[in-house]
Design a protein around this ligand. Structure first.
Ligand SMILES: [Zn+2]
Length: 417
């Protein structure tokens, strides 16, 4: 039997991970591999159990084409999302579903203790038996802020200033977890855009933009099918583009009139409270409350959303003219503002971008919801795992039902044919 190239396995795993439930001919078409290589690699993966048959297609005659998918039990990945008001942890199977999750609220004003991260990871691992634990391959971490060349993270929400995140997690992972796992890191804007590209609305498109609005604003984009990271890994700082140079709204970055200072969820709430002058709302009011008031035609809510919509639309019109995307995916709190804020954004983009670039442009809200970074972090762990020959091999080890057997162990399995 001829040797199976790692690249065939990678291409097939990646294709099934992204698109699920495919026939052999669809896999051949999507991977661009020759049919004999796909057949050979699929035979190997079906025998090992990494790929399973999930059904047959209806056929008018002759052999029914088999429908194949990944076996969720063949590998698990841990995702950690460090953004926002909450730290989220998830355990995803090879088919990308989050099996176990745990989250906790950040204590504002206190630097996050990295031991809490290991506590969260242990919580999502604790339901696995020894056989499943042996198939956990990697941890993916989606981080906010700026990670410098030395792996030190500066992130306001975590209370970290040049915190040695990479060294701390990699060093402690071997001591604090029941299994030794490699840890991979990716900025939240890249993990979001990759999650959309791999699992969400962006799958069918090669040129797209993802924006998320929560406390701040994040943007990521992919061009010609590849996520763009930029020279310092900071491409996509749309939130800090100055949209109203004369504005008095002070941004977290120190400037005034940035998109974020006018149109992020927290700043929409701030402006609403400034307008209504009722500080008793300050503890309770959220962006969802502002949306709800706008639906009831509350003038102050309509006014702040009109300003935010204008700022969003103007900023995005520059991106449309510059990058000519096929799709803009709106995430975070923009999802629940689909009826009251998104139409204003679309209208403003239409007013400012070149008409030739708007024709065919799709503007949609994300279907991945609030777990997008968690899913992105798990998919980071998957992507890094298939790129690593050792982890790739582990993913394609025979999947046995029942208790752990000696043959489950990597070192007990012969090399690929
Ligand atoms: Zn700014």
């Amino acid at each position: 039997m001829s040797k199976i190239a790692d690249q065939w396995l990678r291409d097939i795993l990646r294709t099934l991970y992204q698109r699920r439930d495919l026939t052999r001919s669809e896999i051949i078409q999507a991977t661009g591999l020759n049919p004999a290589s796909v057949s050979h690699a699929l035979r190997y993966m079906l025998r090992a159990g990494a790929v399973v048959k999930v059904g047959d297609l209806q056929s008018s005659g002759g052999r029914k084409p088999e429908v194949l998918n990944l076996n969720g039990e063949a590998a698990y990945f841990v995702g950690v999302d460090l953004e926002g008001h909450r730290i989220r942890f998830g355990l995803a199977s090879l088919i990308g579903d989050i099996r176990y999750r745990w989250e906790y609220d950040l204590e504002i004003g206190h630097p996050l203790d990295s031991d809490k991260l290991f506590e969260g990871i242990r919580k999502v691992l604790k339901y696995l038996d020894s056989r499943q634990m042996a198939r956990v391959l990697a941890i993916g971490v989606s981080y906010p802020g700026l990670l410098d060349q030395q792996g030190r993270l500066t992130a306001v929400n975590l209370g970290w200033n040049k915190f040695p995140l990479v060294a701390e997690l990699r060093e402690k992972a071997s001591k604090q977890l029941p299994v030794e796992l490699p840890v991979f890191f990716e900025s939240d804007r890249h993990s979001c855009v990759r999650a959309e590209r791999w699992l969400g609305c962006g799958q069918q498109y090669n040129d797209g933009l993802y924006v998320i609005s929560e406390r701040g604003i994040g943007t990521g984009f992919f061009l010609e099918g590849r996520a763009v990271e930029g020279f310092r890994d900071m491409a996509g700082e749309l939130g800090h583009c100055v949209i109203e140079p004369a504005a008095e709204d002070r941004c977290n970055c120190g400037k005034k009139g940035c998109l974020e200072s006018i149109a992020s969820s927290d700043n929409i709430v701030r402006q609403y409270l400034d307008k209504v002058g009722r500080p008793r709302f300050r503890e309770k009011m959220t962006i969802h409350g502002v949306y709800e008031r706008a639906r009831r035609k509350d003038e102050a809510a309509l006014a702040v959303l009109a300003r935010a919509g204008k700022a969003w639309g103007l900023a995005l019109s520059y991106v449309v003219n510059l990058l000519n995307p096929e799709i803009i995916i709106l995430g975070g709190d923009l999802i629940s503002g689909e009826d009251v804020l998104v139409p204003l954004i679309k209208e403003e983009i239409g007013r400012h971008a070149l008409p030739e670039l708007i024709g065919g442009l799709k503007i949609v809200v994300s279907g991945l919801g609030f777990d997008i970074r968690l899913k992105g972090a798990c998919s980071l762990a998957f992507r890094k795992s298939i790129a690593d020959p050792h982890l790739l091999k582990k993913m394609c080890l025979p999947v046995f039902a029942g208790p752990t057997r000696e043959a489950d162990r990597l070192d007990a399995v012969p090399s690929l044919p």
